[in-house]
Design a protein. Structure first.
Length: 358
């Protein structure tokens, strides 16, 4: 392990001792707010200190075992012990690296997923429907709850746009790398000459903002419009103004919901989407400010950037960020995303670890 990391771990251990001293101070224990703050910090760094202590103990045992190598009667036993100790040290070192990685505060949050058809007309809208089904099936397998907040259907049964809410355990951590441009290559059913067409959709995965964050949007900055919901083809069309459109005036951000029959419910859902979009807009601005210092795994953060291609004639899916190709197209579209999500997370952690080691 690098000396810089060892020094950082020693500083964390010293901070742990300081915290324990402060927590035993009667003046601190009588201050509930400060007590909670210090207790939380201690609980966050305790696993790091505990693992570092284990690392230090094993390192010391290795030094002792290496001294045994000079003793003829103990040499064979020392070799066996060294092999075991070095294996344990490697495992503990990996655990320490993992514990030192910066945590994304949004990882445990629920998400709002927006899927929009792009270039390709009706074929793009049908692909948006495929992507919706893919995420819905993935959520089902993860035992997450899925809720459609808003949708705009095309004439052929696809989606010009669909917005869904997924709730469950660590949803954002597993889906955040899905944001970006998704491209499909296939022969449309309307194509008579068998030519392959290329279409695209954009996906945005937004961490859901807690209810308390609604204070970020003062009432005088929001305009609310109501209108009659509409549907494609022979679908039900509301005869009352139950659909709701909300606009954040300072940024021009708009969200609408017409999926429910209740105006109150639609307004509530539209506000959730609006808040998430406004928060995401602020996050995008912050990311652009640090883009020159650190390139994100999802590239520039521009959702028009192509991140993945689904090629039907070859039955393959390629993620262009990590150069990973799978020939399990049907399984991927059926919600088996682990191969991609696991590798994207591993690549992201490797990048973070490289930064730590620099």
């Amino acid at each position: 392990m690098k000396k810089s990391l060892i020094n950082r771990l020693k500083q964390i251990k010293e901070r742990m001792l300081e915290l324990e001293a402060e927590l035993s101070n009667p003046e601190i224990t009588s201050n509930k707010e400060k007590l909670l703050k210090l207790s939380k910090e201690r609980s966050e760094i305790f696993p790091v200190v505990e693992t570092f202590n284990e690392f230090s103990d094993i390192s010391n045992d290795i030094l002792v075992a290496e001294e045994w190598l000079n003793e003829p009667d103990l040499k064979q036993e020392a070799l066996v012990e060294l092999e075991s100790l070095k294996s344990r040290l490697s495992s503990v070192e990996k655990k320490l690296h993992s514990l030192l990685l910066p945590r994304d505060p949004n990882d445990s949050k629920n998400v709002i997923v927006e899927i929009r058809a792009g270039t390709g007309g009706d074929e793009s809208a049908l692909f948006a429907s495929d992507l919706y089904r893919m995420y819905a099936r993935y959520a089902e397998r993860k035992e997450w709850k899925s809720e459609v907040l808003s949708r705009s259907e095309s004439d052929l049964g696809g989606f010009k746009e669909i917005v869904i809410r997924l709730t469950g355990e660590n949803v954002y951590s597993l889906l955040k790398f899905e944001s970006g441009g998704h491209r499909v290559q296939r022969v449309p059913t309307t194509e008579t000459q068998g030519r392959i067409h290329t279409s695209a959709c954009t996906v945005a995965v937004l961490p859901e903002v807690e209810e308390s964050s609604q204070i970020l949007l003062p009432p005088d900055e929001i305009r609310i419009d109501v209108f009659r919901a509409s549907g494609a083809g022979g679908q039900h069309v509301n005869k009352t103004e139950s659909a709701v459109r909300v606009t954040h005036l300072p940024t021009g951000t708009v969200a609408e919901c017409q999926d429910g029959r209740s105006q109150h419910k639609n307004r509530e859902q539209a506000m959730k989407v609006l808040i998430a979009r406004v928060q995401d807009r602020e996050n995008q601005i912050q990311q652009k400010k640090i883009a020159s210092q650190r390139k994100s795994l999802i590239g520039s953060g521009d959702r028009s950037e192509r991140i993945r291609t689904y090629n039907f004639p070859q039955g393959r899916v390629t993620d262009h960020r990590i150069n990973l190709t799978s020939y399990k197209l049907e399984q991927v579209l059926d919600g088996f995303l682990e191969e991609f999500s696991n590798n994207l997370i591993a690549e992201h952690q490797a990048n973070l670890l490289a930064e730590i080691n620099n």
